[in-house]
Design a protein around this ligand. Structure first.
Ligand code: JAB
Length: 244
């Protein structure tokens, strides 16, 4: 899989060279290229922004550098998916992460200032798939932090990136886990500061352990994210429990 990231702060993406994503890049599972948008400017000051039409505070990213960058990175006839990081985008979730993990090429545009001229997405959509994506209902100073989150979320789903694919099966929000939140996990010691590991987990009874874990996942999801509950697990009774 080829991933291109375009930013005016390319060094912000340096952490991608670490840990599992970094190893996937080293082994060639992921081909990552990070580009400086200013390489597609032609003036002495390498200008990427200008004042907004219609007035208002702040600056808007000019369309020309983005247009030329996408022309170079996505030649005509190339199958690619462009992601534009913006707080006004569609919510990023595990389902979209799984979609992206199956893409041959992803280009991520990291906006700054008040955002990227809207015509960039409009023009790009005439020749590639474009998604304006948000990692949450909050505003960052730019799209770079969002790009780090999204790349990590989909890269780990690419076969071979995670050593043991079994560990993906029961994670929060995974399709194999009915999109439930993950059950609580424990390791040695069995007793710590007066707190005991739930006895069932020490029983060696795999059927009971599986049932207990599912019950905890449903209970946690009902308490923290009831909208994620599958219909089969929804109940009408109001459960009053300590907020944990
Ligand atoms: N919430 C997202 S993705 C964002 C990008 C820039 N600012 O916020």
């Amino acid at each position: 899989m080829r991933v291109d990231v375009v930013s005016i702060f390319p060094d912000y993406l340096a952490p991608l060279r670490l840990s599992l994503v970094g190893k996937a890049i080293e082994t060639g599972l992921i081909d990552l290229a990070v580009h400086d948008l200013r390489d597609w400017t032609h003036d002495r000051h390498r200008t990427v922004d200008d004042t907004p039409y219609g007035g208002g505070a702040g600056m808007v990213m000019r369309p020309e550098p983005w247009g030329e960058a996408l022309d170079d990175l996505v030649p005509a006839g190339t199958d690619a998916r462009l992601l534009i990081m913006t707080p006004s985008g569609r919510p990023f979730d595990q389902r979209l992460a799984a979609e992206l993990a199956a893409e041959p090429r992803v280009i991520i545009a990291c906006g700054r200032y008040e955002g990227i001229d809207a015509r960039v997405a409009e023009h790009a959509a005439t020749r590639m798939r474009v998604d304006e994506v948000s990692i949450g209902d909050y505003v960052l100073n730019g799209g770079e932090a969002a790009a780090l989150v999204i790349i990590e979320a989909f890269a780990r789903l690419i076969p071979g990136v995670i050593g043991n694919p079994e560990s993906l099966a029961e994670e929060s929000h995974s399709a194999d886990h009915d999109q439930l939140l993950e059950y609580p996990v424990y390791t040695k010691p069995a007793a710590w500061r007066g707190l005991e590991v739930p006895e069932v987990l020490l029983s060696g009874h795999h059927g009971r352990i599986t049932a207990w874990r599912h019950e905890r996942a449903v209970e946690l999801t009902r308490r923290r994210r009831p909208e994620l509950l599958p219909d089969a697990e929804r109940t009408d009774e109001l459960e009053v429990r300590p907020a944990v």
